[in-house]
Every structure is written in C-alpha cells, then in structure tokens.
Design a binder for this molecule. Structure first.
Ligand code: BGC
Length: 825
C-alpha cells in the first residue's frame, strides 16, 4: 500500500502534526499508524549531522560550493552527490539540506562560499548534477534558499525588490533548471521577502511558479524558523515548517481549520507530500550499508579538490615547482588552511591535510615563516614580517599563503568590504620586493580586491578546498596535475566597480533594491564596459588549448518548432606539454538592436574536456529554444525575439575564440512588448548604476515610493527588536542585549550571527521558535512594552498567555504519555 494513502486515516490534528518537524532535524512520526520520522541534515559540503545541539559527527569536508563550481565539472559534482548520498545512508540521514544556489549578486555576501555562481546556468546545471547524484542513492536533497536570498544582513526581515525579468532570468533560472532536470525531493523557502511577501508565505513563488509552471513534485519546507504566519504559509504552498514549532504550529493550523480559514484539502495535500517524502526515503534506509571507509572518501575529497583551484596568473618562473628548488613557504595559512566556511555548512572535519605537511614531504629544500599572526590579522606583526622577508630573500622561489578572514566566509553576516586583511596585503607587497619568483596561494570564499596583483609571478585561487586541501594543492603546485578550474564569478578591481555597491544591503526600510536588474556579474561588466581584474569563466592551465573549426548544423533555427535544436560543434586541441582540462563556454548574444534591454552575451552551456598533451577532441553542444529566450514582462512568459544571434565559444567570458551566426525565427506574439528605450535608457546602455528611481520604477512596474510604508514610530510584531531602538524601552532593551553580547569574544563569527539573530528576527517569530514558550499574548506584551508600556504590563500580558503556553508546551508531553499507554495495551 502506498504510504500516502494513509493520510485518509489520520485525524485533522494528526495531519496538522505532520506539517511541523518532530524536532530540529526529523519529520514527525505517528506511532499509532507506524509512520516513522526521517532525518534531515545540513550539508552540502559534507554531512553536518548533529549528535547533540551544536555538536556534529565527524564527516568528510569536501570542497565548498564556490570551489566545486570553479571546477565546472558536471560529472565531478555528480560523483560528489553520490558520495554524500552514501554517507547520508550510512548515517541514517534521508534528506541532505542543499545545495545552496543563490546568485552571487555581490562579492560581499557572507554565504558566497556556499553558493555556486553569479550565473544561473552554471549554478543550475551544477546543482542538477549534484542533486541527481545524491538522489540516485535514495536520499533526498533540499535545494535552497528559494529565492533571491543573496544578502545575509537582516536576512529574516529584508525585502528583495526585484523586477520580474531579473527574477525570472537571474534569480529563479538556476532553481528552474535544477527542478526540471533533477526534481529535488524538497526545496527550502528562504527567510527574506520578495516584493513585499515573505518567501515562506509567497503563493506566487511556491505554488504558481514552482508547482504550476515548473512542475515541481516534491515538498516545500521552510528555512529554519523562517515561518511567522503558519496558516498563511500553508496556504501559499509551504508544506513543512522546520524545525518543530512544538504544538504551536499544530494549534494554529487546527484553529484555522475550525474557523474555516483552511480546508481539509489544504492540510491533506501537504500531509500527503510529507508522507510521500517518508515513503521515498524508506527503501534506501532498509538496504543501506551501515558504514563506509572514511579514508577512501577522504581520498575522493582530494580528487574533487584537484579540479577546483583557479590559476589566475602564471609568469612561468615559479609554477610548477621543481622539488630541488630552495623554496620559502610563507604564511601561517600553510599550517592552518582556511578550508571551509562557518555556519550551518560547517562540518566537523575528519582529517585536515595541511599544505605545510604535504609540501614538507615533497620539497627537499624548504623553509617556513609565519609572516603574520592569524589572531591579529589587522595588525602588522613586524617581527613575523621581517622573518618572512628574510626567508624570501634567501630562496629561489616563494609560496606565499594568504586568505580572507574566517569571518568573511560565514553565514549570518556579510563582509564589510572586499579587502584582504591588512597583514596579508602588506606581506605580499614586502615579499615581492625582495623576490620576483613568488606564487601567491590565495584562499577566499568569494572575489577580493588584489591591489598587489601585478607583483607576484603567479596567483592561484584555491577557494575553500575542503579537508584534503594540502594534498590536492601540493599535487597542483608540483605539476602532477595541471590546474583546471575557472572562475564561476567575476573578479572586479574594487567594490566600487560592482553593479550594486550602494543597493546591495537593505536600506532603512529594509528594502534591497535590485536596481541593476539582469545586469549581474559579467552581464554588467560587459554591458557597461567596466574593466575587471579577472573575468567570469577565466582560468589558466600549465598547458595551452587551441580552439578551431566551429560548425552549426543549421544556419537558421525556428523557435516555434517543438524540440528544435541547433547543434554547435568545435575542436579543442591541447597544444602544450602537460595533460590538462579545458572548460569551453558557449555564450549567446543578440546580434541585432533588440526591443528589450539585454546583456551582450549570456552563458548557455559549457563542457569540461580532458585532453592529454597533443590530443584533440571534438565538442558538440545542443542549443534549444531556451538558449534564445528572454522573459517578457509584458506577456508574462518566456519569448524569443526573431533575429540574427551570435553563438560564441569562449575560454572565458572575455576571451571568445570562435563565433557563428544563427538566424532565429519565432512565432511569439511580441507586438505589445514594452519598449523602454525612451524611459529607461540606462538599462539599454548597461549603465545601470546611473539609473534613476523613475527608471527603476518603470522596470519594476510600480512606484517604489508608494510601496514604502509611512514613517511610523510604532513597533509591530513584524518588526524586530533592532527596529525598536527609537522608543525609550526599545533602546533600553537593545542596549542590554548588546551589552550581553559584548561580553563574548567578537572575533567568533557565530557570536556576531547570534547577536544579529536575536536583534534582527521579527518579534512574531518568537512564538514558533520558542515552541510556544512565548505565547502570542507574550509577543503582544513585548510589542506593548517596546511601544512604551511598562514592564509590569508586559509581565501581565505574558501571564495572560500562560494557558496558551501551557497547551503548547504540555500537549506534546500529554501526547507522548497517551502514546506510551497505547503501546502498553
Ligand atoms: C540556514 C540553512 C540551513 C538551516 C539548518 C538555516 O539558518 O539558512 O541553510 O540548512 O539553517 O541548519
């Protein structure tokens, strides 16, 4: 019997009970029916299964998403998914909470290390391959954070203001690819709002787009504690609230049902999805191998890490290394590599390979100096610096390890700037003055400013390479494997050059204005003619590749023909002395004056090709209608504008090697398409930073001024405590909380995140996240106090909610007791 059919045998309360977690990491069970709960756990870089709050099991830490995306290797990310699937099964985990595929809108996002790319095709394709890998093992995934969650600051309250085209073409496109190509078992609705509506309560997003348009068949769950209005969330299409809100969520749903605000069908269809998920998970759990070899998986972590680093610069004087050279290894990061980021993705790593150890085993003549003090990165430690410079002076070659701060790669906070710590910048400058054979090994979670980039002979960006960092890096430095990663993000010269230096963070109304629209990453740099240090898709190798002989199998393409495809074929030859891999990128650009604004070109496909020295391979890529589509706001659908398109094969977005034209015809009705050339010239010129508020209003389709609430000094439950600073009680409470956090060490990123979570979470979340300890009345009491009520009044209101608190806290215990009695009978 199908487990989903059991839904009809459950009471309304039991059905409602299925729609909130059992605890932080399990779905609810119904013992009476023998319905088990299944476990979900964080990933996606490795398994973060908690064995007790805050403590997770030892697990292999693989390269972070930013690193693995730089491999552009579909089969590698698929194998990573499969390997993680095995680890999940051995640990009885049925859903891995990942991958995270939010678009890197700005280098400042604290979670960029957890995300794949600034480009949705790259992000979506990597995600689909990862998901297919994990799910081939009978373990589910939860693609996240749906959607437009590209900022960490005030993430639970901020509102992403985005026009429909940017939404569809940039922020949703990766999710769409992953949903259509891989059907993730679950999708995680994000904390933030989009155009005024919380993602968890957004019917347009969760039902109209996700289910009705894309055909998503799985379950929608919330990000952790992202639900404030459980009933609105269910109605919008959010099936499962995570983690458990205790009895509170159940009570809210049952009450809404009694009051006729929810139908039996509303509860049933979400309940059925929870049961379906459990049913999907059970077979693999039954046959799962109870263990796997940690050492073998560690070896795979090394194999995976080999494909990721990006060689940004290579003058050929240092890399690859010669074992007999006198080599100065400089930088404390050689012994303490930054191999993973912080927050929910952080794994309790099994065995961290340090570059120092692996290099010492290989190099015959090596010295080491710390160069800086990792505990005081903003301070120049002259003694350490001088020692490093001395070592550099006496060496043939220098390997110089620099990284961003650990706190720059952490969930819950954004980076304040794109700068490396002062001690690292100074060290590179000084070392390069005394030795011109320097290779900088750069480790960051996202792009950074490199004011010294001209000085060293080589720069290798590793990203957060996972626990096998040292071994993989050493193989590359010694030339056993040629670097083959390419940038999945652009490297602007400075923060000021990025498309949204001013609009990236939420403003005083918590609005994040995505004023740059579709011009994200290379789309912006190309369109505006803004030079970058390293373009999207760029990366060098120890060998060289030649591109030749582009052919398209048809010179005209009719987008109206179902399943029509144009096949693009070209050759790549490895003309150098090393074996290596090249990542060929297929871009499409409109070669005509389009009625809508467009980026000069967009990535549509890519292939990583492994070639022995001297070898040639023919690459074929099929482009279908999607490669020529844009999202028409006027018609509310994807459309193809007829015209001559250029298909460009690039070694990077800025290095187009081959080009062919395709004449595209289309039946799409476009006579009423908006033509904004007059009203919004900056979008057509790509100079979006100059776009006026009126221009933004035009592409948004509404007047943002009208949208901003009247200024009010009244705190509501939708505000957070930080918002209440202007009332005298609010200021008092803010000060007290800040004083408390000031007692804790501020260097620990989690302290900052915890402070933000307390101060910047909507007050209404308190009831669900405390599992009902703070009743709705208590929340009202807090709001009353923040608006000038007395402490006594707040306590009184709190006490009047005691019956609600008692029900919410007591009912699970009562149910357990009843359940236990049932079992005894
Ligand atoms: C994060 C998610 C994560 C969840 C569970 C949230 O704070 O945003 O990515 O899966 O916590 O740890």
């Amino acid at each position: 019997m199908e487990i989903t059919s059991w839904i009809n045998q459950l009471s309304i309360r039991e059905q409602a009970g299925l729609l909130t977690g059992k605890d932080s990491w399990h779905t609810a069970s119904i013992d009476r029916m023998g319905i088990p709960s299944i476990m979900v756990s964080d990933g996606p870089t490795g398994l973060r299964k908690e064995k007790m709050p805050g403590v997770s099991i030892r697990a292999i830490c693989y390269p972070s998403a930013a690193a693995i995306a730089s491999s552009w290797d579909k089969s590698l990310v698929n194998k990573l998914g499969k390997t993680l699937g095995d680890e999940c099964l051995a640990n009885r985990v049925s859903v891995l909470l990942g991958p995270g595929i939010n678009i890197k809108r700005s280098p400042l996002c604290g979670r960029n290390f957890e995300y794949y790319s600034e480009d949705p095709v790259l992000a979506g394709t990597m995600a689909a391959n990862y998901i297919n890998g994990v799910q081939s093992k009978g373990v589910g995934t939860s693609i996240k954070h749906f959607a437009a969650n590209s900022t960490e600051k005030r993430r639970t309250i901020a509102d992403s203001i985005i026009d429909e085209r940017a939404m569809r073409e940039i922020y949703l496109r990766g999710f769409e690819i992953a949903v259509k190509d891989a059907q993730p078992w679950t999708i995680m609705a994000a904390y933030n709002k989009i155009n005024g509506k919380y993602c968890t309560q957004n019917h347009y997003l969760l039902t109209e787009i996700l289910r009705d348009e894309w055909g998503f068949e799985g379950l929608v769950e919330s990000d952790w504690n992202a639900v404030s209005d459980r009933v609105a969330a269910l109605k919008a299409g959010l099936d499962l609230e995570m983690p458990s809100s205790g009895y509170y969520g159940i009570r809210m749903l049952a009450k809404a049902y009694r009051e006729g605000k929810l139908t039996a069908e509303d509860l049933e269809s979400s309940g059925r999805r929870v049961l379906r998920l459990v049913g999907q998970a059970l077979p693999a759990l039954e046959t799962a191998k109870p263990s796997f070899s940690m050492d073998e998986h560690h070896q795979f972590a090394r194999e995976a890490a080999l494909g990721c680093p990006v060689l940004l610069k290579n003058g050929g004087k240092v890399l690859p290394l010669n074992r007999d050279d006198r080599i100065a290894v400089i930088g404390a990061r050689a012994k303490e590599p930054l191999y993973q980021g912080g927050g929910s993705a952080q794994v309790n790593a099994y065995a961290v390979d340090t570059p120092f150890l692996f290099l010492s085993n290989e190099l015959r003549n090596m010295t080491y100096a710390e160069g800086y003090d990792l505990k005081q990165e903003e301070v120049i430690d002259e003694t350490r610096l001088n020692e490093a410079v001395e070592n550099a002076r006496n060496a043939d070659k220098v390997l110089l390890f620099v990284s961003c701060r650990q706190s720059d790669t952490c969930e819950g906070a954004d980076r304040p700037d794109m700068k490396l710590p002062a001690c690292m910048n100074r060290l590179v400058e000084e070392v390069c003055k005394v030795n011109d054979h320097v290779a900088v090994i750069l480790t960051t979670g996202s792009s950074v400013e490199l004011p010294w980039a001209d000085a060293p002979d080589a720069i290798l960006q590793t990203y957060l390479l996972g626990e096998a960092y040292g071994g993989a890096l050493t193989d590359i430095l010694l030339g056993k494997v040629s670097p083959s990663g390419k940038l999945a993000e652009s490297y602007p010269f400075s923060l000021e050059d990025t498309p949204c230096p001013e609009n990236y963070q939420p403003d005083e109304n918590d609005n994040m204005k995505y004023k740059e629209s579709i011009f994200v990453g290379y789309r912006y740099y190309d369109a505006s003619g803004t030079p970058v240090r390293y373009p999207f898709g760029y990366g060098l190798s120890y060998t060289h590749f030649d591109y030749s002989d582009i052919r398209v199998d048809k010179s005209s393409f009719n987008a109206a023909e179902e399943k029509a495809k144009v096949r693009v074929t070209f050759n790549i030859t490895n003309t150098g002395k090393y074996d290596g891999a090249e990542i060929a990128q297929v871009y499409v650009g409109a070669g005509f004056a389009s009625r809508v604004y467009r980026a000069p070109k967009e990535l549509k496909a890519f292939e990583k090709v492994f070639l022995k020295a001297g070898e040639m391979k023919t690459v074929s890529v099929d482009l279908d209608r999607r490669a020529f589509e844009y999202y028409s706001d006027a018609y509310d659908r994807w459309a193809v504008e007829p015209g001559m398109y250029q298909v460009q094969i690039g070694a990077s977005s800025a290095d187009i090697k081959l080009q062919a034209s395709v004449a595209v015809s289309s039946d799409d009705e476009l006579s009423d398409e908006y033509d904004y050339r007059g009203e919004t010239p900056n979008y057509y010129l790509g100079t979006v930073k100059n776009a006026s508020d009126d221009e933004f209003d035009d592409i948004l389709g509404y007047d943002l001024e009208d949208y901003i609430p009247e200024e009010t000094e009244t705190v509501t439950a939708a505000n957070c405590i930080a918002d209440a600073k202007y009332t005298s009680n609010g200021k008092n409470l803010n000060d007290k909380i800040n004083d408390l956090f000031d007692l804790l060490p501020s260097r620990i990123p989690l302290v900052q995140s915890a402070r933000d979570a307390v101060l910047e979470t909507p007050i209404v979340h308190l009831t669900a996240s405390s599992k009902g300890l703070f009743s709705e009345k208590a929340v009202d009491g807090i709001v009353h106090y923040l608006n000038g009520g007395t402490f006594g009044e707040m306590v009184k209101m709190n006490l009047s909610g005691l019956s609600q608190t008692a029900v919410d806290l007591g009912m699970p215990i009562v149910q357990k007791v009843i359940g236990a009695k049932d079992k005894l009978k």
